[in-house]
Design a protein around this ligand. Structure first.
Ligand SMILES: NC(=O)c1ccc[n+]([C@@H]2O[C@H](COP(=O)([O-])OP(=O)(O)OC[C@H]3O[C@@H](n4cnc5c(N)ncnc54)[C@H](OP(=O)(O)O)[C@@H]3O)[C@@H](O)[C@H]2O)c1
Length: 258
């Protein structure tokens, strides 16, 4: 029997493609999103393919609604063994328009929303002595991207949150995977005004990496392969070189002035 997977942010993009791939491989899946129409359409497609599915229209920022959704999904499919927290938002934020309301919203979904999703499934995982939590971070969480200030801050917080959780949960049998995708062709990426075409992978290709992460439980999952090199360069680049890159090269990459 394949473990039950709970997938948030399932209605679009990477989440939707991952739901389809998980179902194709026989995983029972609970799908959550705040976007009712596309979520129910996906649930219909999955049921039509013979998959075991339970869906709930929930905003991950709404803690009581999340707990109710988890109870409903577990009643339908059994205990949730894997959480794939994919729900996320990201938009352009540049100095000096600090737009703290955007920051608050972004933190609410990308950090608090993931933490609440974890909180909703964790007691069951700890009671059973096993479980797997997967969070989707971003390259923008490893260094601050000046055109996505709020998004960068949220993903940096998420990376630290997952890292800090890891030791305390490992001894209770719960594994944590931090995912760092490269550019994936979704609505989120389509909204960024890049000057030149940026190499992006299809959501279906991202889904294959995420399903592999479900199966292998790595500490980190970085894809595609050239993103591993890009991320290593970015992480270990001296501060002066990073600042210079962002100041001079950054504005030439985008149609916005920052
Ligand atoms: N695309 C990339 O290149 C890329 C790169 C690195 C990391 N990521 C991360 O990958 C994840 C998926 O992104 P994506 O590119 O697939 O974006 P997407 O196409 O916009 O899909 C995100 C999904 O999450 C849902 N969602 C957003 N806020 C929610 C909330 N509060 N409660 C429940 N569902 C919510 C969205 O619903 P709505 O339609 O209502 O907004 C949407 O269905 C995100 O965490 C993103 O930060 C993406």
């Amino acid at each position: 029997m394949k473990p039950v997977v709970l997938l948030t942010g399932a209605a679009h993009g990477i989440g939707r493609a991952t739901a389809l791939e998980l179902a194709r491989r026989g995983y029972p899946i609970g799908i959550i999103d705040r976007d009712a129409g596309p979520l129910e359409e996906l649930a219909g497609v999955l049921r039509g393919s013979g998959a075991a599915v339970s869906s709930a229209v929930v905003d991950v920022a709404d803690k009581p609604a999340l707990a109710a959704a988890v109870a409903q999904i577990e009643a339908a499919l059994g205990s949730i063994e894997v959480l794939l927290a994919c729900a996320g938002i990201g938009s352009l934020t540049i100095a000096p328009q600090l737009e703290t309301c955007v920051l608050r919203q972004t933190l609410e979904v990308n950090v608090v929303g993931v933490a609440q999703s974890i909180d909703a499934v964790l007691p069951g995982m700890i009671a059973r002595g096993r479980g797997h939590l997967i969070g989707i971070a971003s390259m923008a969480g490893y260094r601050g991207f000046p055109w996505m200030i709020s998004y960068s801050a949220s993903k940096a917080a998420l990376i630290a949150y997952l890292e800090a959780l890891r030791p305390g949960l490992a001894k209770r049998g719960v594994t944590i995977t931090t995912v760092c995708p490269g550019f994936v062709r979704t609505r989120m990426c389509a909204d960024i005004p890049y000057q030149r075409p940026v190499k992006m992978i299809a959501p279906e290709a991202a889904a294959l990496h995420l399903v592999r992460a479900v199966e292998r439980r790595p500490r980190n999952c970085v894809f595609p392969w050239d993103m591993k090199i890009g991320l290593a360069i970015l992480k270990y680049m001296p501060d002066f070189a990073f600042d210079r890159l962002m100041r001079y090269v950054g504005p030439r990459a985008l149609h916005v002035d920052f």
